[in-house]
Design a binder for this molecule. Structure first.
Ligand SMILES: [Cu+2]
Length: 401
């Protein structure tokens, strides 16, 4: 047998293993860890009380093993109640046939917020949320970006409460923006380096349709990105995108904290872990459970769903929806190429994004995960998609033999 042959056999063996690892099993594992996420489907109901209590016990043991000073002494006050952008927070589909000037107002802000209950972090943001605003333009448009250092009209503008030396010491004496949709040096960043109290603007022609990442490009660039300074810009093709019923905006980001995942209190950026590429958190839209419960993605059976999923920071994602197959996948932001069809999982490079389209016919709860599953179960990369609608016969049911 030659080498190619044995590789082929190996890959077949591996894919059978994946098929053998049923979604039900994955569901159970995740449900055990995230008992608080009340699942509405049969698998969860079937989970035995014994298993739940065993999981609770081991959690308790872990907590007892950790030295735990009073949490009030550890947790900083937060600047805002919510750091995560909702997945449905994006502009509607364009409906025009002419090029236009698209004007985008951005500001930068450093904000302490909860990464999970009792864990706070100082995020660096565009417009106070992670990810930054979803920018929507059309091929041929002129796009004008305005960037303020600090939130206009507040004490945060120009950071009046701090000296510039303090800001330089903290590593954010300037911020900027590099948009991957820009064809020009630095993606705009050399024109957009803003110091305290400054505002700068630049204009570019959106020549390439696609779904693109943007991010801060001020020194130390990886730290600015690790703290949350990224977002996405969609350049629709001149003829527009097919109409869909729901669109969602999801960005995975890796975060590097001085304490381990779940360690209470204020967590500073660990530059050491950043350089070692060892994140403690993998998060969808800024924080643990940013897109679950009331903030879950919601749609109805039979609706056409479109997801824009990107990676803002440093580690590639392995994006998967437990229980769904992507009808269409536009890899690497290339939305005008023919899509891949019937895809289970896709890698998304750092600084890249994909467009996914699918329809869910079976009502219930679906989980968005990084299929490097410890990231979902132990490090935060988990979101929920709730599909409502009537059951259809013949699609999905339990049978007794
Ligand atoms: Cu920055």
């Amino acid at each position: 047998m030659n080498k190619t042959h044995s590789l082929l056999l190996l890959s077949i063996a591996l894919s059978s293993t994946i098929i053998g690892c049923s979604d039900e099993a994955k569901h159970k594992a995740i449900a055990e860890k995230y008992r608080v996420l009340q699942a509405g489907n049969a698998q969860h109901k079937a989970m035995s009380a014994q298993k739940i209590s065993a999981a609770a016990h081991s959690d308790e043991e872990r907590h007892h093993a950790m030295p735990m000073p009073a949490k009030t002494a550890l947790v900083h006050n937060t600047d805002i109640a919510e750091i995560g952008r909702r997945a449905d927070d994006l502009p509607p589909q364009l409906n025009r046939t002419e090029a236009q000037l698209v004007s985008v107002d951005l500001y930068t802000d450093e904000l302490v917020a909860e990464m999970m209950p009792d864990v706070t972090y100082q995020y660096w943001t565009y417009n106070g949320k992670v990810p930054g605003p979803f920018i929507r333009a059309r091929a041929g448009d002129q796009v004008e970006i305005h960037l303020n250092h600090g939130k206009p009209g507040t004490a945060h503008q120009g950071h009046n409460e701090h000296t510039s030396a303090e800001h330089a010491a903290a590593g954010h004496s300037t911020h900027s923006i590099d948009l991957h949709a820009v064809a020009g040096p630095g993606g705009g960043a050399p024109l957009m380096e803003v110091g305290q109290g400054e505002e700068k603007s630049f204009r570019f022609k959106a020549m390439h349709p696609g779904i693109f990442v943007y991010h801060c490009a001020s020194p130390h660039v990886p730290s600015h990105i690790a703290n949350g300074m990224y977002g996405m810009i969609l350049v629709e093709p001149a003829e527009g995108l097919a109409k869909v019923d729901r669109e969602f905006y999801v960005m995975q980001g890796d975060f590097y904290t001085t304490g381990k995942y779940g360690a209470k209190g204020f967590q500073a950026l660990s530059k050491e872990k950043l350089l070692a590429e060892q994140p403690d958190y993998f998060l969808f839209n800024g924080r643990v459970n940013s897109l679950t419960g009331e903030r879950a993605l919601k749609a109805k059976t039979g609706e056409k769903i479109r997801l824009f999923v990107g990676v803002g920071s440093h580690v590639a994602a392995n994006f998967h929806i437990i229980g769904a197959v992507f009808d269409k996948l536009y890899k690497d932001g290339a939305i005008t190429n023919p899509p891949l069809k019937d895809v289970q999982t896709t890698t998304i490079s750092p600084g890249s994004a994909v467009m996914i389209e699918f329809t869910a016919e079976v009502p219930g709860k679906y989980l968005l995960v990084d299929h490097s599953l410890s990231r979902a179960i132990d490090k935060g990369a988990l979101a929920e998609l709730v599909i409502e609608g009537a059951e259809q016969p013949g699609l999905y049911r339990q049978v007794s033999r």
